[in-house]
Design a protein around this ligand. Sequence first.
Ligand code: NAG
Ligand code: NAG
Ligand code: NAG
Ligand code: NAG
Ligand code: NAG
Ligand code: NAG
Ligand code: NAG
Ligand code: NAG
Length: 506
Amino acid sequence: MLFPLCLLPLLPLAVVGQSVSYKENSGICETTPGVNQYSGYINPEKKSNDTFFFWFFEARSEPDDKPLTLWLNGGPGCSSMIGLFTENGPCLVNNDSSSTRFNEYSWNNYTNMLYIDQPFGAGFSEGRNIDTLDDAAKYLWQGLQTWFDDKAFKKYASRDFIFATESYGAHFGPVFIQYFQSQNDKVDSGDVDGHKINVKKLLISNGKHDPMIQTNSSIAFAMDPPGYDPIITNNTLIKEVQSAFEKDCKPALDKCNDDGSDNDCNDAVKVCTRTIQVPMYGNRDPNDLRVSDDGDESEETDDDDYSDAAGATYYLKFVRGNKSKIGARGATFDQCDSGLKARFSGAGETGRSAMNQLAQIVEAGKIEVLIWVGDADIKANWVGVHEVIAQMPWSGNKTFADTKMSTLSLDGSDVGEYKVVDGTPGITFVRIFKAGHTMPAYQPKTAATVFGRFINGDAIGGSTNSSDVGDSQPGNNPDEDDGALSTTSLTSLSVLIFMSTVFTLL
Ligand SMILES: *[C@@H]1O[C@H](CO)[C@@H](O)[C@H](O)[C@H]1NC(C)=O
Ligand SMILES: *[C@@H]1O[C@H](CO)[C@@H](O)[C@H](O)[C@H]1NC(C)=O
Ligand SMILES: *[C@@H]1O[C@H](CO)[C@@H](O)[C@H](O)[C@H]1NC(C)=O
Ligand SMILES: *[C@@H]1O[C@H](CO)[C@@H](O)[C@H](O)[C@H]1NC(C)=O
Ligand SMILES: *[C@@H]1O[C@H](CO)[C@@H](O)[C@H](O)[C@H]1NC(C)=O
Ligand SMILES: *[C@@H]1O[C@H](CO)[C@@H](O)[C@H](O)[C@H]1NC(C)=O
Ligand SMILES: *[C@@H]1O[C@H](CO)[C@@H](O)[C@H](O)[C@H]1NC(C)=O
Ligand SMILES: *[C@@H]1O[C@H](CO)[C@@H](O)[C@H](O)[C@H]1NC(C)=O
């Protein structure tokens, strides 16, 4: 894999031969009259066979006035069709796996939405083997440049860019954004010919940020998941696992974190998954502690597994069957590519932390960050994600740790709680009640409301009426009656971490 890496700096940018091909208005999924959609492939470098599958939906109203949001699922190796069809896209697939229904909580109510399968090999995308975050960042940047070069999408190049991602996306988001920013600097200095990508906001949903803190927190969470009965009550087992953390897992992760080799980091993931995480899942679905494990052993080590508690797999047959209508190809479609995951693991990338990169973005204060987590997720449990933000190296970490949660109420129900560290640096953290790993699949209204407020720069908890989401209700301005709650300004960093993933998934 070193060979393509060495060649990367030589890749011509914005050259003739790059291309985007797509089906326009396939009629699949988005059915709102007048709302355009495009799905197909980006080929960032014609002389290669590397392709990114993308699906773009215009905002349902006033698309010319709305930002561009990129949604990426995690894995590494999982398709962003998971998000599109089960979490936040314009349709939901019914349990017959062939018909769809309108999703009133689709995020294209608030923004133009771009879904991309990446790295090459994920979902409908194909191409060279990628095994590092740095390479994934470079090729995705190249893919976005190619997409912005196409006449149909050129107008989005200058839009505010929202980076929204989930689970292992806690790595994609910060690492990719830092690469985009370094490319922006090169565009400014004339060293690179390309479009600057104006990343304004970052949303991380149920993120897997840091193996050390989050593996450790999985023990405390299993003993006492706030709001739920304990997952593990066997004190002998707890003691064994606590001891395994100190004796086996922590030293392995220390070795990885101390500039460890790819093997050191891969080994650390294996030992921590086996000795800590899997025992702490107990007999529960790691995606959702409210659901019993289905007894499928592969589930506990395999990222391909998604809970079907929220109807997560009905879309698979649908999207496979409608492949040609949406301009997709490839012999098979899997929601997660196990080979890709294995390559990233082999390169040590799943054992390394992405916490410091997030901290740097927060500290720089140029991007609003929102971190949210469904509170029934075991894999990326919310206590661990909260701990990551409280411990990562940024100047607001103590204020964050000391800030009390406020209740998030919508339409007469308490749907979660949140805290905001305002100003620069700043971050917004939301715990969403009764939601598993893919949070929006479980609480679509809450997800859409919080997301819409984030996009529009409104206070997350500023109104108890879910209709109060900026543009969707012209005239309402939740900022006005914000009261005791702090409002994140557009220039502050509010980090929404959708805490859906721990280490083994997405
Ligand atoms: C691209 O695919 C074609 C057809 O499968 C193959 O002949 C060609 O060698 C491939 N090119 C590269 C650069 O891999
Ligand atoms: C599908 O949903 C319908 C309506 O809610 C229900 O009656 C039916 O039993 C479900 N079928 C399956 C296979 O789950
Ligand atoms: C989203 O937009 C659609 C149509 O544009 C509308 O019917 C629906 O009510 C909106 N959803 C919300 C939550 O405002
Ligand atoms: C692990 O968590 C316990 C509390 O649950 C804490 O005392 C300990 O310092 C943590 N260890 C690490 C390495 O984070
Ligand atoms: C508790 O855990 C220990 C250690 O894993 C095990 O030997 C024992 O059988 C467990 N007890 C029960 C009641 O499951
Ligand atoms: C393709 O989508 C259409 C609806 O647009 C649906 O009726 C059909 O069942 C789908 N095909 C398959 C094979 O799922
Ligand atoms: C908070 O961040 C600072 C750097 O700004 C770091 O030195 C410190 O260790 C962090 N605090 C905790 C509790 O980790
Ligand atoms: C929320 O606001 C909408 C529009 O302003 C209004 O129609 C609705 O009655 C309100 N709902 C509640 C529960 O107050």
